[in-house]
Structures are given as C-alpha cells and as structure tokens.
Write a new protein. Structure first.
Length: 321
C-alpha cells in the first residue's frame, strides 16, 4: 500500500518498504514512519549568533540538535555527511523529546534549536520536543531552508519563538537545479512566520556565478522589505567550495560588501555579512546610527540595547531582547 507524505511540497508517494526524498520517512506496512524519531545524530551547545540570530537574546547559549536526513539535496551542503545520508549509516544518540528538554535544563540553556540538517524532515521529533520545552519555559528556534507545506508549519510555529530561514536563491530555476526544491513555498513560508509573530531572520549564501548577480540581490531585498518589513535582519553568508560544488571559488570580500550595500540601498535596516573583518556583524540603531551590539565572531563585546530600546535615543529596536 502506497502512502503520501504531506510535510513538504515534494509530497512523496512512497511504496511499502521504501523511503521518501528525505531518506528518513519510511512506509512500514502502510504507515509512514520517521525512523530518526528519538535518534539525534548531532547535539551541541552553541552561541545563538551561530544560527545566525542577531536580534534574539544576544549572547545566549542554545542546545542544538539534528537527525540524519533532509528534504532538500543542495549541491553546496555543508552538513552533507548527515543531511544526505541514510539514517542507518549515521551514528546517533537515543534521546526522547523529554530527555532533550531535561538535557537543556541540565546544561542551563534556556533555548533549543532544531538545526544542522532540516527540521522539516524530522518534523515530529522537533514538534514534540518543542511542545515539551514550551511547558518548561524554554524557547524554541528553527533553523531551516523553509521548504515545507503551510499546514505543518502553522502547527509547529505555535511553539516556535524564532526562526532563521536560509533562502537559497531568488530564482526558481536555480532552486530546482541546485537544491531539488522550488522558490514559492519558501517565500510563502517567510510570510507565514511573520503572520504568526515568530521572530524571523533571513540568511542568504552568496555563491559565485550562481546567485551573485546584484540585480537579483536587489530584487530579493526589495521583496523582503515589501513582504516582511524593512526591519527584518538579513545575513549574507560566504560560500566555501564543498560537497558537489568544489569547482566554484570562495565568495570574494568585495562581492559580499556589494550585496550589503545593495540591501541597505533597498531600505533594509539590519544587514549583516559573516566572515568579514570589520564591523559587518555589528548592529547599529537605524535612527541615530549609534552602535547597538558589537560582535567579534560569535562573541558579544558590547550591548547597548536596554529593555528592547536603544540606550542612546530610547527608541525600540526590532527583535527579542
């Protein structure tokens, strides 16, 4: 008996004994089963800035987990050893959702992140853990490519406090070619997060020759301003050659800075560039230009946000502080 998965837009039809595109959702005697439920393959205590989240309780540590598998197959994936692997080929812990929450409490982490691969694939495990965590007063964070159907996301967003969505391309053809996904569901998901009052930050990896055209970057930034608000933080990330795109060069500094300038000119108030020396990861007040948060890598060196407001002009700064 075939079963159909409804979690992501691929909506895989899976024959008995077979698995879906994500590799972890298996048809077992006519029942769709996520075989990595309770078996995280990665478990780390990270700085919140690594997600990246710059406007969500800066300086906090967050317990981060993942299982094997992913519903996208990005040719540039940095975690391909676990995201593109069959679960039986990856070493894993055995931890129930409640044990994950208890571990976070033990480690004195007030937050849990569902990250590294994609929680869209290990959805039930993330949802159950997040629901229990909410009961303990912990905050929940999704780090995702956002390739999901709306109804599952509406359900999980009820227990999610913040999400970082990595938008791969502002080009549907390139999405199909490099990730096996499509663009529209990702954009719809961004709007849904805003509608449900989940704190949203957007990341965008700049890959030379694939998505570094500044006109396309400008179009994407204008879309963010028009549909998500110009106070939505945008993080430009540097590409490093890996997995199936080792033939492409590392993103040049000048390209990243040009993308930053385009975003600012499009009206975005909070634009960040990772992996550059200088002030590209600092936060500045959009009203008086004063330094809000000084960062060095994942470290917070100075924080001038008090009770959600700029210390200097006393105006509210978008985020969760």
């Amino acid at each position: 008996m075939n079963v159909q998965c409804g979690l992501c837009p691929k909506e895989c039809i899976i024959a008995d004994g077979e698995r879906g595109s994500c590799r972890i959702r298996v048809n077992l005697d006519g029942r769709l089963t996520a075989v990595t439920y309770g078996y995280p393959c990665a478990l780390h205590l990270d700085p919140i800035e690594k997600k990246p989240l710059f406007h969500f309780f800066p300086g906090s540590s967050i317990l981060s987990l993942a299982t094997a598998g992913c519903n996208l197959h990005c040719k540039n994936c940095q975690n391909w050893e676990i995201s593109q692997a069959n679960p039986e080929d990856v070493e894993a812990y055995e931890l129930t959702p409640r044990q994950i929450v208890e571990l976070a409490v033990e480690k004195r982490s007030s937050m849990i992140a569902y990250t590294y691969t994609d929680p869209s694939a290990y959805y039930e495990y993330a949802l159950d853990t997040a629901t229990i965590a909410r009961g303990y007063g912990l905050k929940n964070v999704l780090v995702t490519a956002g390739y999901s159907n709306p109804e599952p996301m509406k359900r999980i967003y009820k227990v999610i406090d913040a999400v970082t969505v990595d938008v791969k391309f502002f080009d549907d053809a390139m999405y199909r070619k490099i990730t096996t996904g499509t663009l529209k569901p990702v954009l719809d998901g961004l709007i849904l997060a805003k509608q449900m009052n989940v704190w949203l930050e957007v990341s965008h990896l700049i890959i030379p020759t694939l998505n570094d055209d500044l006109n396309t970057v400008k179009d994407f930034c204008r879309w963010i301003a028009a549909n998500l608000g110009n106070d939505t933080p945008l993080h430009f990330l540097r590409f490093y050659p890996q997995y199936l795109l080792k033939n492409l060069p590392t993103t040049p500094d000048d390209t990243l800075r040009a993308c930053r300038d385009v975003a600012r000119n499009a009206g975005l108030k909070f634009v960040y560039v990772s992996n550059l020396w200088g002030d590209e990861e600092n936060s500045y007040c959009p009203y008086d230009g004063k330094l809000l948060v000084r960062r060095s890598g994942y470290k917070i060196l100075e924080n001038n946000i008090q009770q959600g407001k700029c210390h200097f002009c006393n105006r509210a700064v978008s985020g969760r502080w």
